[in-house]
Design a protein around this ligand. Structure first.
Ligand code: HEC
Length: 232
């Protein structure tokens, strides 16, 4: 029964189409046990495969009505949650003041070459500027990028070395981040190829972020997980 329900929910989520008419969903739910088993691969394994499969076959036809209703209800809840989230986001975006224009490059410097896969926009520049000073980026909220790259010290820390979030040691001092937009290699030994790589490394290495953990990456809502596991 649980497996059949999962199969019906997966089928509804994967199709990404409006919920199927009840009779079809019912047939899906009551389909062969092999199919149900495959679709529910992410779910904890049933305790006794054969017995459970037999049980599902029997129970499925009686439970089919409930399953279909459940799937339909779940699809409705998911759709409602998605539209609420979209509305919230649209409202929040409307409240935000527009990003200020990107400051002009000083006339004595050449134009900055943009990475082709990450074009510069006023919104990204403004967001990046704010994130640089935001301690919420750190695992324990104790540091921001600015903690080691102070504007008033030419974007260095002024210390021989600085401890990372969590107490780990840095072997080298924090270099200036002035004009790094012109660099083609980063760090004292030039080992990092792009600004994008350095930013991600600093977030994880210096600020202790764990992008895989729930703390820094909120759990995705079910439709995303399903879509990913349903991807061909
Ligand atoms: C705890 C101190 C610390 C924090 C916090 C920190 N950095 Fe750094 N940063 C360093 C050190 C040390 C290096 C040099 C590492 C090396 O050369 O091996 C560095 C290097 C860099 C560089 C390369 C500069 C160059 O000359 O190649 C950039 C860019 C940079 N950091 C950006 C950031 C950003 C963005 C953040 C926030 C997400 C950040 N840093 C947070 C210590 C820190």
């Amino acid at each position: 029964m649980r497996i059949a329900l999962t199969a019906a929910l997966l089928a509804a989520a994967c199709s990404q189409a409006p919920p199927m008419p009840v009779p079809e969903a019912t047939r899906e739910a009551a389909g062969p046990p092999v199919d149900a088993g495959q679709r529910a691969a992410n779910e904890p394994a049933p305790d006794a495969g054969q017995d459970v499969a037999g049980g599902i076959k029997q129970g499925a036809s009686e439970a089919a009505g409930n399953v279909a209703a459940g799937a339909k209800e779940a699809a409705q809840i998911v759709a409602q949650a998605a539209s609420t989230a979209a509305a919230d986001l649209a409202e929040a975006l409307q409240k935000l003041p527009p990003a200020p224009p990107i400051p002009d490059t000083p006339i004595f410097l050449p134009a900055v070459e943009e990475p082709r896969d990450n074009p510069t926009t006023p919104e990204k520049v403004w967001l990046g500027y704010q994130l640089f000073f935001d301690k919420r980026l750190a695992k324990d909220g104790s540091m921001s990028c600015e903690s080691c790259h102070h504007p008033e010290l030419a974007w260095t820390s002024g210390n021989p070395t600085d401890p990372k979030v969590g107490g780990g040691a840095n072997k080298r001092n924090a270099p200036t981040v002035e004009n790094v937009a012109y660099y083609h290699s980063f760090y004292w030994d030039g080992r990092a190829p792009t600004m994008e790589a350095v930013s991600a490394a600093a977030w994880k290495g210096q600020l202790g972020a764990d992008p895989g953990s729930r703390r820094t990456r909120p759990e995705r809502t079910c439709p995303w997980r399903w879509r990913r596991s349903c991807a061909p």
